[in-house]
Write a protein that binds this ligand. Structure first.
Ligand SMILES: *[C@@H]1O[C@H](CO)[C@@H](O)[C@H](O)[C@H]1NC(C)=O
Length: 264
């Protein structure tokens, strides 16, 4: 009897112990929680598009326009459907190395670091060379970046890649476009995780307004905000939110770019 009681009590204790430690580990996530970018290495392939000067890489599907003007230069990549996430991955930064291809990989190439600025579209009618079709993870690099890793004659190379935090000089930039009834804001030079998952805008005489993503890194609202100074709450994919107060003064005009003066 005593022995079975002892067993019973140690059983209760173990439930209490394991129960509480499991609870501690299994705390359910809540909305807006910060979550680090996954920086594990994964396998993919890479090709290049355009020429050594970045021709064809400009005015891509993320909406950045002139990549030199926006500070991205030639250190850019287009992403296949599997990585592009319908444009949500725009602005994310990747470190990439050529692997397992001794014929074409430069042995001392090391790694390159690029920002996602474009989409590599699938082509379902093509019989081969469909590198960007789902579910393949593929980087279509600028020629300049591809040729840092391998000979251009390789055409396609196996790579390993990982997400890295974006290190950008200066503040997040806000380019305001649209018209009085439709404000469209392009966010460039975003550091940290680099890819934006949520934006709120506030006029000096409005409340915070939820913006919706139109395309690429262009976020929109139909609320009239002309004549008001503008503030933003920008949240990157890791859940980190930065508030930019009075980025644009009340006399801002469509087509103007403003410097947020800080970065992730
Ligand atoms: C898709 O592939 C087909 C066959 O190679 C080609 O004719 C067509 O131009 C391609 N489409 C695009 C949008 O590149």
């Amino acid at each position: 009897m005593a022995a079975s009681l002892k067993v019973f009590f140690s059983f209760l204790l173990s439930i209490a112990y394991f129960g509480s430690s499991a609870m501690g580990k299994m705390r359910p996530p809540f909305m807006g929680e910060q979550k680090n970018v996954d920086t594990d290495w994964y396998d993919a392939h890479a090709t290049f598009y355009g020429d050594m000067a970045g021709g064809e890489t400009q005015y891509g599907a993320c909406g950045y326009g002139d990549l030199f003007q926006q500070g991205y230069g030639l250190e850019t990549t287009a992403l296949s459907t599997a990585l592009f996430n319908n444009g949500l991955t725009c602005g994310a930064c990747f470190e990439i190395m050529c692997v397992n291809d001794p014929q074409w990989c430069y042995p001392k190439a090391g790694t390159i670091k690029v920002t996602a600025t474009n989409f590599c579209p699938p082509n379902y009618s093509k019989l081969d060379g469909n590198w960007c079709n789902p579910p393949q993870k593929h980087f279509d690099l600028s020629m300049k970046m591809f040729t840092k890793l391998a000979q251009y004659k390789a055409g396609i190379i196996p790579v390993k890649y990982r997400r890295i935090l974006c290190s950008k000089k200066g503040g997040v930039q806000f380019l305001i476009k649209g018209n009085p009834y439709w404000t469209l804001v392009l966010f460039t030079n975003v550091g940290g995780a680099g890819d934006i998952k949520d934006v709120k805008i506030k006029g000096s005489s409005s409340d915070w307004i939820q913006m919706s993503r139109n395309w690429g890194v262009n976020w929109q609202t139909g609320v009239k905000l002309t004549g008001q100074s503008l503030s933003f709450q920008v949240t990157t994919s890791d859940g980190k939110m930065l508030q930019f107060d009075n980025v644009a003064p009340s006399n801002w005009q469509f087509g103007q770019n403003f410097d947020g003066k800080k970065n992730f």
